[in-house]
Design a binder for this molecule. Sequence first.
Ligand code: MGP
Length: 316
Amino acid sequence: MSAPNAPSSSSVPESVSEANTATLTSALAAASISSSPDTSEPKELDKKENVELEEGEIREDDEEDAEEEEDDGKVKTVFDSKDKFNVKHPLYASWTLFFDSPQSKLLPKTPSSTPATPAGAHGGWMDDIRRVVTFDSVEEFWGLYNNIVPPSQLPGKANYYLFKDGIVPAWEDPQNKNGGKWSIQVPKEKSKSQIDTMWLYTMLAAIGETFETPVNGSTEAPPPVNEQSDIVTGVICSSRPNFYRISIWTRSAPETSLPPTDPLMARMIAIGKHFKSSVLGYEPDAKLAVSSLSTEIFFESHVDSEKKGNKKRIVA
Ligand code: MGP
């Protein structure tokens, strides 16, 4: 699998920069990525920046740029101009990225980073999870993706949560409380080079809503579940000291005793199989190695994941 040709965007919301610089400083330092201004800017540019302008005066280049933009009035996508596109490609839904790490727990909360939930709701679970940004277009997604630290560079205990806007990454959210999750866990050492692509492709499948589409080649729309046409509420990437985990959260969870022909069970199995083969690139029939650090791709209801002992699971 090769990563798509991702355009970059220079207009990243302030909250993204804040999350990067404040919460991921140690990860950036470890990866020798400097967050200080780039001093290799061409000299000429520096000179221009320092020229003082009279009130109302426009720098010559800015004037030319403005004219250029006004003049043609044509539709420019990000593929025509990575900085000056004027048309965005909307997603089916808005998505919000949340983040937490040991460092983020120490930071004072700001309105832009605090989830829109009262403190103490969800048993305090959401109190340390920071909302990074909400986006609703392909371009904003890439702008965000190109400016955040990839999972392979996160500290030992950190999580990215990408959820449909209005849903928080907690079992207690009304959209999650009857649901569950498909998960895979992979050993850190062996998977460092793959985890970023695994997470990128999982996010793309989520925002592209491909988990909602049947994967058997049928073009029929998936059957509605309790009149709710979409079933995926969010995706999570967790970095732990010895492993990574990627999860897909769903708003419904079938009883494990249901036959594969049951519409909800069929739909859930289709999501797991799509995740396994189309998103993560495993052979559909591959038996994945299970160890203390790695798991098969399995589904578990949130109610079951809270339980100790034997849990009822569906395996993809
Ligand atoms: P985890 O981080 O999903 O599991 O949940 P992990 O990675 O196996 O454990 P970790 O200790 O390495 O992080 C860890 C614990 O967080 C759970 O056992 C719960 O106590 C709590 N927790 C997790 N989630 C997803 C929720 C949630 O949605 N709501 C609440 N109230 N607690 C949660």
